[in-house]
Design a protein around this ligand. Structure first.
Ligand SMILES: [Fe+2]
Length: 348
C-alpha cells in the first residue's frame, strides 16, 4: 500500500528499478497489473455488425475505391473496437467486393486465409496452379504460403468474407509476403487435382500424396455442405448449436486449417440453444434466416448478412426466431487453442 511506503523506500525502489533496467531485468512491483487473472479478461469486444449498415458502405467502396489505388484488394475490415487492429485478437475478417472483369492479383503470404462467398457467382480462384469456381456459400482455402489470385468472370459484383490469421502471425513475428511477378499465375494442366483426390469427403488415396499435416483440399462447395447438414437433420441436434458440422481436413479428420476452424450450422425454427462459454474467439456470418444471440448482457437480433464476433469466455446462446431454418457460417481459432492446450469450455 502506497501510504506505508516511506520516502526512503520509494527512493530505494526507484534505484533498484533503474539498476535492473540497466541489465535488462525486472521484478514484480506491487502496482503491476495482475499477471494471473482468475479467468480471461479479453480486450477484444463482442460485436454485432448489421447488414443494413454494411450494405451502403460496401456500395460506396465499390464505387469510390479503385482496385490498385489502395492495393490489390478492395475490402471493408470488420474492426474490433477493443483492439488496435483485427476482428478478434487472432484473426481479421474483411468483406471483399470484386466487380465484373476485375483481378485480385497474385501473391503469397505466411498468413492462412479463407474466403466464404456471401453473394454472387462467376469468380474463379487459382491457388498454387489449381483453379476453382467461387459461388455463393462456398468455402475456399488459401493455406499459408501458397500463391493465389482471383478473377471475376461474372456480370454482377461479388461479395465474400476474407479471413486471415494475421494477428496470430504478427504476434508470433512470422510475417512473410511475396508478390507474384505477373498479375495472375498459370493454371495447371489438371486444375482440380486435389479435388479429384480428396473431394468425395468419404474416401482418400491410401498412400499420402501431400505434405503431412497440411490440408490438400482447397474448396468446400456449398451444395455438399448443405447436403451433409440436411442429412444430419434426421438426428437430435446439439443443445447449443442444433445441426452443426465442421469442415474437415480429409487426410486426418482434423480442422480444415491448422490455426482456424470453420463450421456451418443450421438452427431450426423454434430452436433455443443453451448458453456456453469457451476460451478462443469466433466470428459468425448469418447466411440465411433470422434469430437472436445473447452475449453476456447483450442481445443481438440478427438477420441475413449480419456478422457477430464473440469474445473469449463470454456466455452466449443462439435462438432461431424466424419461421425458416437459420444458417450460420462460423470461423474460430479453437484449433490454435487446442493445439497449445489453452482450450476450456463450460456449458450452462
Ligand atoms: Fe492474399
Amino acid at each position: 500500500m502506497s501510504e506505508s511506503i516511506t520516502p526512503e523506500d520509494a527512493a530505494a525502489r526507484r534505484a533498484l528499478k533503474a539498476d535492473l533496467e540497466r541489465f535488462n531485468c525486472k521484478v514484480h512491483q506491487s502496482d503491476d497489473p495482475p499477471l494471473f487473472t482468475r479467468q480471461p479478461q479479453p480486450d477484444m469486444k463482442s460485436v454485432h455488425w448489421r447488414w443494413r449498415d454494411l450494405e451502403p458502405l460496401l456500395e460506396r467502396i465499390g464505387q469510390e475505391v479503385a482496385l490498385g489505388a489502395g492495393g490489390p484488394r478492395r475490402t471493408l475490415r470488420l474492426h474490433n473496437p477493443g483492439l488496435p487492429y483485427g476482428t478478434t485478437h487472432t484473426f481479421w475478417g474483411s468483406i471483399q467486393v470484386i466487380l465484373p472483369g476485375e483481378v485480385a492479383t497474385a501473391h503469397r503470404h505466411s498468413a492462412n486465409a479463407l474466403r466464404f462467398i456471401i453473394k454472387g457467382k462467376g469468380a474463379w480462384t487459382t491457388v498454387e496452379g489449381e483453379c476453382y469456381p467461387m459461388n455463393e456459400g462456398d468455402l475456399v482455402l488459401t493455406p499459408a504460403w501458397l500463391w493465389h489470385d482471383h478473377v471475376h468472370k461474372g456480370d454482377q459484383p461479388m461479395i465474400w468474407l476474407d479471413v486471415l490469421d494475421i494477428s496470430l502471425m504478427r504476434m508470433l513475428r512470422a510475417t512473410f509476403f511475396d508478390p507474384y511477378p505477373q498479375d495472375m499465375q498459370a493454371v495447371s494442366e489438371i486444375p482440380d487435382r486435389t479435388w479429384r483426390l480428396y473431394g468425395s469427403g468419404l474416401m482418400r488415396p491410401p498412400r499420402a500424396v501431400h505434405e503431412e499435416g497440411t490440408n490438400p483440399l482447397l474448396v468446400y462447395p456449398f451444395d455438399r455442405a448443405q447436403e451433409a447438414l440436411d442429412s444430419l437433420s434426421g438426428l437430435p441436434g446439439d443443445p447449443c448449436d442444433d445441426v452443426v458440422l465442421e469442415y474437415q481436413n480429409p487426410t486426418n479428420g482434423g480442422p480444415a486449417m491448422r490455426t482456424l476452424a470453420q463450421q456451418m450450422q443450421k438452427l431450426r425454427p423454434g430452436f433455443q440453444g443453451q448458453p456456453r462459454r469457451h476460451s478462443g474467439s469466433k466470428l459468425y456470418v448469418v447466411m440465411r434466416g433470422k434469430g437472436t444471440t445473447t452475449v453476456g448482457d447483450e442481445r443481438y437480433d440478427w438477420e441475413e448478412g449480419d456478422f457477430m464476433a464473440i469474445a473469449p469466455w463470454a456466455w452466449h446462446a443462439h435462438s432461431n426466431t424466424g419461421s425458416q431454418d437459420a444458417w450460420l457460417f462460423q470461423v474460430n481459432d479453437l484449433p490454435t487453442m487446442k493445439a497449445l492446450g489453452y482450450f476450456k469450455e463450460e456449458r450452462g
